[in-house]
Design a protein around this ligand. Structure first.
Ligand SMILES: Cc1cc2nc3c(=O)[nH]c(=O)nc-3n(C[C@H](O)[C@H](O)[C@H](O)COP(=O)(O)OP(=O)(O)OC[C@H]3O[C@@H](n4cnc5c(N)ncnc54)[C@H](O)[C@@H]3O)c2cc1C
Length: 532
């Protein structure tokens, strides 16, 4: 049988953590936290008890709609810690009744038209890597059909003159890049979930790629979008820029599946880079390092990477000693050598107190050899790419991340407040809670800090304990002036008490009016962004 996505772990079935790996981690946690941790065996989906499907597909749709246990379990959740925990526990109280995999726009029209006519709830589904409960079937509906776009997975056209490509929404990152590579191009959008997420999901959630400055958000690459709504097609005109009123694409990018289903987009593509330069600069303090980052981004050098890891993160992910922060600087270009840029950025970092010997600044002028694969920068890169499939699931360890953005003038106070409040709640809820921070993206007017936290909870109570910490995180971030999400999206997780407070109420009213126009029966992704 072909290797399928795991129904509970991050990745393919063949990559699921083994019982032996889980037992070893359980022993390690027992020793580290002085508590008895037992590893239940990896679950067998055949043991899951699931409500029978409440609807069946009409004959015309039966060739691409499925209601077997695997399809319904795999599409019941996204990829958050809580999703993995529920799926591991075979806890499926509200799976989709049917999962459709349309192979063409005509099949998509047929299934969405049927759902609209019958009033069935619909969840658009890309790769299911949502970490904000964006693909869970809504509660309290009579029936739910998840529409997965994975069979619409082709690069349909490349316009090499304008450097743009027409691409179907269901294509996953690696397949997208390998199709573009044939013509020497790249989209150059690499979220950490790249392997298991899709173009349509990126557009629907306004995803952030791993480049830290300048063009890195999916927003920057969208030239036009085609989307099917219950009221018909919405397609914008291909234009490099337009001043004609509010942008229709702005309405679609970030709409998180509540307005329609994105089927394809013209995307701005780029020549593959060959010139590269990298440096890892060490700082004796977090504050000095963040100041260096501010100076570099405000000098408008636009490094591809400009990431600072605080001392805890630099120790864990890059092998430093736990007292120093690490700033990773990298440049790349398809056209121009990057020596001048890297030395200018390193100069600014040194002016702010950074240490790096000259020989650790690596420059590759066009041989295409990978740079930055040695030392702490290489160590960080390997950790970043190698996402753990979820070995700790159900072992009682609580672990999550939250990401935000804040202007530079408020950053130091914001960070101090977040650390103090999170320290309190982690102390109350978990044993030996830890919090660390890095910047994933930086702008001339402020950074996008990404906090990672963990602590030992009680086996079987992970979700309730996680909720206590998460509620505190949402509250502190929004009250201290940040955004509840910089690139993970809103979904259902970030709405109450967070996104709902952050956005202007008249904007919410306007969004509701747009949704009423495009989706008058409210079938699409109810509960995401606005009330059902
Ligand atoms: C390990 C890990 C690392 C991650 N790293 C990053 C990161 O670096 N940057 C980042 O931005 N995010 C990251 N994420 C979050 C997630 O990968 C992104 O939100 C991603 O854009 C979702 O894409 P997807 O195809 O998996 O969409 P899904 O998870 O399937 O769906 C996400 C949302 O988009 C809607 N949707 C999906 N496809 C369509 C469509 N064709 N039309 C309309 N609506 C649609 C869904 O209804 C849902 O609301 C990470 C997640 C994980 C698990």
């Amino acid at each position: 049988m072909a290797d399928r996505m795991s129904f509970w772990a991050w990745g393919l079935e063949s990559e699921e953590p083994t019982d032996a790996a889980r037992a070893a981690l359980a022993q390690d946690l027992s020793q580290r936290y002085g508590t008895e941790v037992t590893a239940r065996p990896v679950p067998d989906l055949a043991d899951a008890e699931m409500r029978a499907p409440r609807i069946s597909a009409p004959d015309a749709l039966a060739g691409f709609c499925f209601d077997d246990t695997y399809e319904r379990a795999r599409h019941a959740y996204g990829a958050h810690f809580t999703d993995r925990t529920r799926a591991f526990n075979l806890d499926f109280p509200n799976p989709p009744d049917l999962v459709a995999h349309p192979r063409s726009e005509a099949e998509l029209e047929a299934v969405l038209g049927w759902c609209h006519e019958e009033g069935h709830a619909v969840v658009p589904y890309g790769g299911g890597s949502s970490v904000v409960w964006g693909v869970d079937p809504p509660e309290g509906v009579d029936a739910c059909v998840t529409i997965a776009l994975d069979r619409l997975d082709k690069v349909l056209e490349v316009d090499a003159t304008s450097r743009a490509a027409r691409i179907q929404a269901g294509v996953f990152g690696p397949a997208l890049e390998s199709q573009l590579k044939a013509s020497g191009h790249t989209l150059r959008h690499f979220p950490q979930s790249f392997r298991f997420s899709t173009l349509g999901g990126w557009i629907a959630t306004r995803s952030g790629g791993h480049y830290a400055t300048n063009h890195t958000h999916i927003d920057d690459f969208v030239e036009s979008v085609r989307m099917l709504t219950p009221q018909g097609w919405w397609e914008s005109r291909r234009l490099p820029g337009s001043g004609a009123g509010p942008s229709p694409d702005r309405m679609v990018i970030g709409s998180e599946g509540i307005l329609g289903i994105i089927t394809e987009a013209w995307m701005r593509i780029q020549a593959r880079p060959t010139f590269r330069a990298t440096a890892g600069v060490v700082f004796d303090s977090w504050a000095a390092g963040t100041e260096a980052v501010r100076h570099i981004v405000q000098a408008k050098l636009w490094p591809a990477n400009l990431r600072i890891l605080d001392p805890s993160e630099a120790q864990r992910a890059a092998g430093l000693d736990g007292t120093q922060a690490l700033v990773i600087i990298a440049f790349e270009s398809a056209d121009l050598p990057q020596d001048a840029n890297i030395w200018a950025a390193v100069g600014l970092a040194r002016d702010c107190g950074g240490h790096i010997p000259d020989e650790n600044v690596v420059v590759d002028n066009g041989t295409g050899a990978p740079t930055g694969h040695e030392g702490p920068v290489g160590e960080w890169r390997r950790n970043f790419i190698g996402v753990d499939p979820g070995t700790a699931t159900s072992l009682g360890l609580l672990a999550d991340t939250f990401e935000t953005a804040i202007t530079w003038d408020r950053w130091p106070e914001f960070d101090a407040t977040v650390r103090a409040e999170m320290g309190k709640v982690l102390g109350e809820v978990c044993q030996q809670g830890e919090l660390s921070c890095r910047f994933t993206h930086v702008y001339p007017d402020g950074p996008a800090p990404y906090y990672t936290w963990s602590g030992m909870g009680r086996q079987g109570s992970e979700i309730g304990m996680w909720q206590e910490v998460k509620s505190a995180a949402n509250e502190v971030v929004v009250k201290a002036g940040g955004t509840v999400t910089h690139h993970h999206a809103v979904g259902r997780m970030h709405r109450p008490g967070a996104y709902d407070l952050q956005r202007p109420e008249l904007f919410a009213e306007s969004l509701r009016a747009v949704k009423r126009t495009l989706d008058p029966k409210g079938i699409l992704n109810a509960g995401v962004l606005i009330d059902p």
